[in-house]
Design a protein around this ligand. Structure first.
Ligand SMILES: [Fe+2]
Length: 132
């Protein structure tokens, strides 16, 4: 899985594709994963670990906002779901760039508007271990 994934990252042929994948995609997904895993840590009695993940999510908001800014600069247009989706290196899709539940408030703070988030919600995640 790791090699398979990084081979695709290396295929980012433009700066817009890179920030679409790394910042808006992968770091955007971390916005969803951090609170879910923090809750699991907390439920297991690891309060310190939960707080670290919550801090990571807060840091990621800035990283995703940075990517949104540069995606807009590189594409010359406001962040829009279809443009972001089209910028991801094939065969990667938004299905791999999210967790559930979506961290809507964190994603909004990072610059994703309601329309973007509605379209992301309509394209649910898949199990990344499946390659078909
Ligand atoms: Fe990050």
């Amino acid at each position: 899985m790791r090699d398979w994934f990084w081979e695709r990252v290396a295929r980012c042929e433009t700066p817009a594709a890179f920030v679409a994948l790394q910042g808006l995609g992968l770091e955007g997904a971390n916005l969803d994963h951090c609170p879910r895993v923090a809750a699991q840590f907390r439920a297991a009695g690891d309060e310190a670990g939960a707080q670290i993940l919550e801090r990571v999510q807060e840091d990621e908001i800035g990283h995703v906002a940075f990517a949104a800014h540069w995606f807009e600069q590189f594409t010359g247009a406001p962040l829009e779901y279809g443009r972001w989706r089209a910028s991801l290196p094939t065969p990667l899709t938004p299905a791999l760039m999210q967790g559930r539940p979506l961290a809507l408030a964190a994603r909004a703070r990072a610059g994703m508007d309601e329309d973007f988030l509605a379209q992301l919600a309509a394209e649910p995640p898949i199990d990344p271990r499946r390659r078909t």
